[in-house]
Write a protein that binds this ligand. Structure first.
Ligand SMILES: *Cc1c(COP(=O)(O)O)cnc(C)c1O
Length: 224
């Protein structure tokens, strides 16, 4: 219910109306195609989003805000939407100013999918909590990871010394072994650099304007 509360997937939330956490608030999506005004530059759009976030922190009371949570490159509900340039750098600065944790969901976009190991690296920032999963096991193992910054771990160590989180198959050795094998192959075959290179090729060919027939390609399917 907590995860659903921070989500904006209305269809999934609908059956649970009334059960979601009230102490969550949302700001405008960092989604230029739908939300940037025609008269605005990308930098102005970023600035407007950050001003809105700062105002929302103040409205709630920044001392009461635990974390800002976002999917670095939105995939689950939008299909690969990157935030405008400078957005996460600005978010990081606002969080730092008020001692708010930055929590990025990189389950879909992390572990090499965007041409760097983490998508957030491209903004030159370090979040405090990151979730990773899909590319971690490459589809061969059911595995998820939560990466927590030392500064958060230190506080837990000084306090309860417990991270109160548990699953039956937590730290399962078979999943861990499979994920390790996947990560070794990703490294051995330089798949992240390859992803960055092929991303450039894909972009070039898409911008090229629809002349992408491949000899013997299936009709009806996309033919890049
Ligand atoms: C798949 C996905 C999840 C769910 O991950 P699980 O490991 O199945 O809990 C969460 N966030 C994003 C962005 C996803 O794509």
């Amino acid at each position: 219910m907590a995860a659903m509360s921070i989500s904006m997937n209305q269809a999934r939330k609908a059956p649970h109306q009334g059960f979601c956490y009230p102490n969550v608030s949302h700001v405008s999506p960092a989604y230029a195609y739908q939300y940037k005004h025609d008269t605005e530059s990308e930098a102005e759009f970023t600035e407007r989003l950050l001003a809105e976030l700062e105002a929302e922190f103040s409205r709630v009371g920044s001392e009461k805000v635990v974390a800002f949570i976002a999917e670095t490159v939105s995939g689950a509900t939008l299909g690969c939407v990157a935030a405008p340039k400078g957005y996460y750098k600005g978010v990081r600065a606002l969080c730092d100013k008020s001692g708010i944790l930055l929590f990025l969901d990189e389950i879909m976009c992390g572990v090499g999918r965007t041409g760097t190991y983490f998508a957030f690296e491209q903004e030159g920032i370090v979040p405090d909590i990151v979730t990773i999963a899909k590319g971690l096991g490459g589809g061969y193992a059911a595995i998820t990871g939560v990466l927590v910054h030392e500064k958060v771990v230190d506080v837990l160590r000084q306090g309860s010394q417990v991270f109160n989180n548990g699953h039956t198959y937590q730290a399962h050795p078979i999943s861990c072994a499979a994920a390790l094998a996947v990560q070794r192959i990703v490294q051995r075959d330089r798949l992240i650099a390859r992803c960055a290179e092929m991303g450039q090729v894909l972009e070039r060919r898409l911008r090229d304007g629809g002349r992408h027939s491949r000899p013997g390609g299936c009709s009806g399917a996309s033919s890049l």
